[in-house]
Design a binder for this molecule. Structure first.
Ligand code: ADE
Length: 254
């Protein structure tokens, strides 16, 4: 899977994504991540890419043309790549995600959808945003990472790349762990323990030491349901609970 990030701060994005699991997946050729500097497409001698908003107001706006030229160059490159790899099939335009608090809130389901794509383009705004006209022409998806305002789209893009990458087969060493974790079934993850058996006088739950797999699975599922009921009851509405589990949740809230 190939990620392309259009940004004014390429080093911020690349530094953040070059480490740990994502860095290893890039080295193994499972992912590619490229940050493209929008400033390289500035069209004036000062290399500036921002200007005052018409109608007044605070701050500066990223201008349409540099963003558009950057997108055009990138989209041609992606098309060339795709043609080289797959000559017969028609090459579709890549999805272009604009990071903005006005977008749809990112969640695991969206990550799963995006993970099906071969190429994803992220557009990171800065200053007070980007001239609306270029957004209308190139953006396919508007995505927010939550109801708060950041200084730019770089951190949200990095969060999305991280979350989508771990769903790409082979990125996590064991493919099962992506499936069973938090949110996959609209339940939070159960608590986990490692050595030592006793730490700060707290003992690892007995069932986990029993070696009895069915009991362990049962306990973990129960813990997931209990945690979700306590911490994120909103998720439970979408989770598939057995009648016994529903009863357990009701009992918890009494
Ligand atoms: N840019 C600024 N704030 C943002 C947010 N919450 N989500 C996505 N992009 C943003």
């Amino acid at each position: 899977m190939n990620f392309y990030i259009m940004t004014l701060f390429p080093e911020m994005v690349m530094d953040g994504l070059n480490t740990s699991i994502i860095g290893r997946a890039v080295n193994n050729g499972l992912l590619s991540i490229e940050a493209i500097n929008i400033r390289d497409y500035a069209f004036n001698k000062h290399n500036s890419v921002d200007d005052y908003p018409y109608g007044g107001g605070a701050g500066m706006l990223m201008q349409a043309e540099p963003v558009y030229q950057c997108y055009k160059a990138l989209s041609e490159k992606i098309t060339e790549h795709a043609k080289e790899k797959n000559e017969e099939e028609t090459v579709k335009k890549p999805r272009v995600i604009y990071l903005s608090p006005q977008g749809k809130t990112f969640n695991q389901g969206m990550a799963e959808e995006f993970a099906k794509e071969e190429d994803l383009v992220f557009l990171c705004g800065h200053y007070e945003g980007i001239d609306e006209r270029v957004l209308e022409e190139i953006v396919t998806d508007y995505v927010s990472i939550g109801d708060y305002v950041l200084t730019g789209g770089e951190l949200p893009a990095m969060i999305m790349v991280d979350c989508i990458s771990r769903l790409v087969p082979g990125v996590l060493h064991n493919d099962v762990s992506a499936e069973f974790e938090s949110f996959q079934d609209n339940l939070l993850e159960y608590p986990q323990y490692s050595r030592p058996e006793v730490w700060h006088e707290k003992r690892v739950p007995e069932v986990l030491m029993s070696g009895h797999h069915a009991n362990i699975e049962k306990w973990r599922r129960e813990q997931s349901v209990i945690r979700t009921a306590k911490n994120r009851p909103d998720l439970l509405e979408k989770a598939e609970l057995t009648p016994q589990e529903k009863k357990m949740v009701e009992d918890l809230s009494e």
